[in-house]
Design a protein around this ligand. Sequence first.
Ligand code: ADP
Ligand code: ADP
Length: 226
Amino acid sequence: TNALEIEGLTKTYGSGFEALKGIDLHVAQGDFFALLGPNGAGKSTTLGIVCSLVTKTAGKVKVFGYDIDTHLSDAKLHLGVVPQEFNFNQFEKVFDIVTIQAGYYGIPLKKAAVSAEKYLKKLGLWDKRNTPARMLSGGMKRRLMIARALVHEPKLLILDEPTAGVDIELRRSMWSFLEEMNRQGTTIILTTHYLEEAEALCRNIAIIDRGRIIRNTSKRELLQQL
Ligand code: ADP
Ligand code: ADP
């Protein structure tokens, strides 16, 4: 089974705008995959549908073989999501934000605390565990989003523009963190509009433009043709 399979995916927003015009994508287990494209191409819409944050118009989406139409809760167990916007409660403390998320997956409190500690340490946020999220810098909030997405140890991690607005130093440390996660077996899919980011991290790259996949290839081949 692939980590992600998308077939014939379309999205027409309520406004009548056709954001996706029939997307096919296959991402193998263990891959590090980039969905690359300019602003407005349909990257967030695609990932939003996979995470069931956005309703689709037509098409099939399977996460580790689980169809999101019929087996959404199974699909969600395997999925960790880092959306672009900060969507945690800003008044909650860092540690609580991560453990509350674990609760949504039915993870017992003790286990949730162990996992929260592991990822907050890996992401350099352990010192901030008792700080309300609103006191964190933008880069720390970004890392908190990642820790929260990993607390149930998903096999597939999806990040929407993970390093947008992040300074170069933090970007590099986020890159090495993601590389380490991938080496340990987590499949990673990210969207980006930086070729540089796709180039630095990813093994396979699909290019999306105006709601269509216009290229889908290995990074090596893509770079040879540029
Ligand atoms: P859906 O088809 O998923 O129900 P809608 O078309 O009803 O989505 O829009 C969802 C929300 O997104 C609405 O509140 C709408 O105002 C907002 N929205 C509309 N246009 C845009 C846009 N270009 N970019 C981002 N959000 C938008
Ligand atoms: P990307 O992530 O590649 O920048 P998006 O998936 O956010 O692209 O948006 C694709 C297109 O769909 C854009 O033209 C955007 O304005 C439009 N769009 C996004 N959300 C909505 C919405 N809720 N309602 C109407 N149009 C939307």
